[in-house]
Structures are given as structure tokens and as C-alpha cells.
Design a protein around this ligand. Structure first.
Ligand SMILES: [Zn+2]
Ligand SMILES: [Zn+2]
Ligand SMILES: [Zn+2]
Ligand SMILES: [Zn+2]
Length: 351
């Protein structure tokens, strides 16, 4: 089970290869790719809640994070799910219409899972609760709610005609058994988190370092700083460059990070352009404002392997905003807000 994430530090997310037995719902995983490990198992999001707002095709599961809210009973278990449209034409710069975020939460006493945490070594996969135990059928292709049945075997379910077509093209017509990988899902990984390690020195901005340098004596100057670096710093930088440099510098300390979680914290901007204003982020349907919860980093694109498939699926960072009250209103999978920020087009090449 993923450790509950704290709110006062940034928790970094990293990709790890794992035996996928550990990624069942029962273990409350944080994970990337594969099918969603649904938290609430009875009232899955409806098909029309999971379609791309641009093309109307079903979105594919990208990742989920397990992020309970301390001291809130109804958020003892809490997961946030992210989906995207694989249709290349739907992806536009600084536009998040082809992404979706859903939040689900449960109290410790609930109808799906034991009160006590699972024993990862002893639990048998057959005993794991899943939506099928609650008379909910899943699409064979994407693992989302499957409302349509195969007319031949009356067993296989699909969320949509698109997914039935994928399955039939890959041979379901001949064999109604386990489909295996049908090429629609992203590769599956565990998402492990650890707190970001911030040294005091690293916390200083370039501005602070520069003013410290100016205050220090001549001897210290040559010892502590490389002249070359300082000259670079002194060059009049645009605000844009500074934002991107700060992003790069912070990320370079843990270059493999694919996610940064800090509920109620501040995002790490990749650009000074296209930052959402308060009006851009709609409040939750309960009336509470939404707050920043986590961001997905560009490093994840490498693991999703979308580069080779489709170069237009790209982002500088994806910012997820959730209800500040993490309310219990509305459906079991409550829609939240996502904002895509791309690297500025007038950004100098940093490599
Ligand atoms: Zn689309
Ligand atoms: Zn499907
Ligand atoms: Zn069939
Ligand atoms: Zn709310």
C-alpha cells in the first residue's frame, strides 16, 4: 500500500516496475498505465463521463494516486485518477480538453474493503474485491464501465463500439477468452513516492545567491562562486527564462520524477505563460474552491511511450486542482480540474 502523502512537503512520484499483483484495488495503489484500479467498486464513472471533450472517443487511463486526507473520515481512502485521449488531433498547446480527472474516496468502514490493511504476502488475487463482485461489468479493452455485451458469447463487455471493434480486430471474433494486451493501454508501472529533499542552499533563488555574493568579501567571492556562472546570472534575463530555469534546476535534482504532489501547495511552473488565474479554476460543485493537488511532469511521457506513437501528445506540466474540502457530494467519481501548461514557444534550448 502506498504511504499516505503528507501535505507540508512535496512528495515526488517515481516509476517502478512491479509485479502487477500489487496493483489491485485492495492494495490502494498509486500506479501508471494498465487498467484503473477502481477504489469505489459499484458506481464507476459512466461511459459519457470518460469520453474526450474534443472527439467523443473513450479516454485511456494514465495514472492514479492514492492520497488520503488526514483527519477527514470520509477520505480515509482517497484516489485521484487521470485519463487522456489518445487521438493525436485532439491535443493542442496549453489546452487540457483531452484530459480528465476523477476523485473517489471512502471511509475506513465501507462495503468494499476490510477495515484492516491487507497483508500483501498472504492475500490471494481471487479474493480481491473488484467491480465484478458488485455486478458491474468492465470493458475488456480499457477496464472502464462496460455497458455493451458481445452478441456472440454474451460474456465479454465493452464500454463502447470503438473498443468492441479493437477487440474484434485483435481476434475476439475467434476466441472469447482472456484478451491480454490489446494495445490500447499504456504500460503498467507502480508509482512510488518519496519526499522531495530540499537543501537550504538549494532553496535560494539565483537572486538571493547573487545578492549574497555582492555582500560577501572578495576572497569568498572567488571561493564560493564560479565567475562564469555569475556572469550568466547577471545577464538580464526575461521572466520567462527565469521560470523555466527555476523549473529545470529544481527538477534536475531528481530528474526521474514523474509527479509532484502537495495538496494545497504551490505548483512548479514550467513557464510564466498560461498560468491559470483564480477565475480559470472553477470551484467544486459543492461551492468550495479548488486547490492545487499535484502535477504530472514531462518525464512521464517517456514511460508512456507516446513519443513514438504520437508526437503531439505532449506537455510541459499537467496541473491537477481538486476540491479544497474533498467533499462527498455528487457521484462516487467526482470530476476535478486539470490545466495543461506547455513550455513557452520562445524558450531557448537548454540542452
Ligand atoms: Zn479526443
Ligand atoms: Zn473500453
Ligand atoms: Zn464474445
Ligand atoms: Zn467539493
Amino acid at each position: 500500500m502506498a504511504a499516505p502523502m503528507s501535505t507540508n512537503t512535496v512528495e515526488l512520484g517515481f516509476i517502478e516496475k512491479v509485479d502487477n499483483c500489487r496493483l489491485f484495488s485492495r492494495f490502494f495503489p498509486s500506479k501508471v498505465g494498465g487498467k484503473p484500479a477502481w477504489l469505489e467498486l459499484k458506481n464507476l464513472p459512466k461511459h459519457d463521463e470518460l469520453i474526450c471533450q474534443t472527439c467523443g472517443k473513450p479516454c485511456v487511463f494514465v495514472l492514479q494516486i492514492y492520497a488520503p486526507v488526514p483527519n477527514k473520515d470520509s477520505c480515509f481512502h482517497r484516489s485521484v485518477f487521470v485519463f487522456l485521449c489518445k487521438n493525436t488531433e485532439c491535443h493542442k498547446r496549453n489546452n487540457s480538453n483531452s484530459f480528465l480527472v476523477l476523485r473517489s474516496q471512502l471511509s475506513r468502514t465501507n462495503q468494499f474493503y476490510d477495515y484492516e490493511p491487507p497483508n500483501e504476502d498472504e492475500e490471494k488475487p481471487e479474493n480481491h474485491p473488484n467491480p465484478e463482485d458488485f455486478e458491474t461489468s468492465l470493458c475488456r479493452v480499457c477496464g472502464c464501465l462496460g455497458g455493451k455485451r458481445c452478441s456472440k458469447c454474451h460474456t465479454a463487455s465493452y464500454c463502447s463500439r470503438e473498443h468492441q471493434t479493437i477487440d474484434w480486430k485483435k481476434g475476439h471474433k475467434m476466441n472469447c477468452g482472456d484478451p491480454g494486451d490489446l494495445g490500447f493501454l499504456f504500460l503498467e508501472f507502480e508509482l512510488v513516492t518519496e519526499p522531495e529533499n530540499e537543501g537550504d542552499e538549494d532553496q535560494q533563488s539565483d537572486d538571493e545567491k547573487y545578492s549574497k555574493y555582492l555582500e560577501s568579501g572578495a576572497d569568498e567571492k572567488t571561493q564560493d562562486f564560479k565567475i562564469e556562472e555569475l556572469q550568466k546570472m547577471a545577464v538580464k534575463e526575461t521572466k520567462e527564462d527565469k521560470t523555466f530555469l527555476a523549473f529545470k534546476k529544481r527538477v534536475d535534482k531528481e530528474p526521474e520524477q514523474v509527479l509532484r504532489h502537495q495538496r494545497g501547495g504551490q505548483p512548479l511552473w514550467v513557464s510564466n505563460d498560461n498560468k491559470p488565474t483564480a477565475e480559470d479554476i472553477p470551484p467544486c460543485s459543492c461551492g468550495s474552491p479548488r486547490q492545487f493537488e499535484f502535477q504530472i511532469m514531462p518525464q512521464l511521457l517517456i514511460h508512456l511511450n507516446v513519443d513514438s506513437v504520437n508526437e503531439s501528445i505532449d506537455w510541459g506540466t499537467l496541473l491537477v486542482y481538486t476540491c479544497s474540502n474533498s467533499c462527498d457530494e455528487g457521484p462516487a467519481y467526482h470530476k476535478e480540474f486539470i490545466w495543461k501548461q506547455d513550455v513557452s514557444s520562445h524558450q531557448p534550448d537548454m540542452e
